[in-house]
Ligand binder design. Structure first.
Ligand code: ZN
Ligand code: FE
Length: 255
């Protein structure tokens, strides 16, 4: 039986994700922006919380951990590199580790850039990757701690996953991301169609995440910095891939 995925809006524009195994009755949470909407979602479904996976140390991804741990006794998993600035971890993980989440393997991928120590969890059997503030729908996280080259390498790791992988990212930024992406590639037909779909989804009050990796590859300018047409579009023909990524990221910071 496949795992059930619930996308949970939290705070102003964050997303947390619940993952539930109906056979074992176990539930995992990816990121804990705040406790109330998560507790309510669990109660509505009659689920307990067994596991909390943390992607990075920012408050809007961890503030709900302690009340949820207290309420459910959930085990907390996060990056060993960030153990000093995360809530107390029951399991500290690093790139290359494969942990068990609800009976399925989850691969830990270092996706430093937004922060140094940011990790993603890739679950190949479920076809899911939890990317939080690394790869986002039509975007990527701002570089608070890492270098552009670091984030570019992180995005390349994510881009190499199977294209049908579902990307569970951390914020509802898609409408603004779409407006920015269109300034880079106004002629990208797939991007134009996606921007229209995002506007329609937001008009209906719907989440635009999760998204599919194949659509990110076709439309997300931050995943496309090595393409000749994108380099040409930003006037950087022949430049290094990471330099083009850095240029696009810097333009987004000022957008
Ligand atoms: Zn963050
Ligand atoms: Fe965030």
């Amino acid at each position: 039986m496949p795992l059930e995925l619930v996308t949970l809006p939290c705070l102003a524009d964050n997303y947390a994700y619940l993952l539930h195994n109906a056979v074992t009755g176990q539930t995992a949470l990816v990121d804990a922006p705040e406790d109330f909407p998560i507790q309510r979602a669990l109660e509505e479904r009659g689920w307990r919380l067994d596991l909390i996976l943390l992607t990075h140390h920012h408050w809007d991804h961890i503030d709900g951990v302690e009340p949820l741990r207290a309420a459910y006794g959930a085990k907390v998993i996060g990056a060993a590199a960030d153990a000093h600035r995360l809530p107390k971890l029951d399991l500290a993980v690093k790139e290359g580790d494969v942990i068990e989440v609800l009976g399925e393997p989850a691969h830990v991928i270092d996706v430093s850039g937004h922060t140094v120590g940011h990790i993603a969890f890739y679950m190949p059997d479920a076809g899911l990757v939890f990317t939080a503030d690394s790869l986002m729908a039509l975007g990527c996280g701002r570089l608070f701690e890492g270098t552009p080259a670091q984030m570019w390498q992180s995005l390349l790791k994510l881009r190499a996953l199977p294209p049908e992988t579902v990307v569970c990212s951390g914020h509802e930024y898609s409408a603004g991301n779409a407006r920015f992406a269109l300034t880079i590639e106004p002629g990208n037909a797939a991007l134009r169609a996606r921007a229209e779909e995002i506007a329609a989804q937001r008009g209906r009050g719907e989440a635009t995440v999760p998204s599919r990796l194949s659509e990110e590859i076709a439309t997300n300018p931050f995943l496309r910095a090595d393409l000749p047409e994108v380099k040409a579009a930003v006037g950087l023909q022949g430049a290094e891939d990471a330099a083009v990524f850095a240029h696009i990221r810097a333009r987004k910071d000022k957008f």
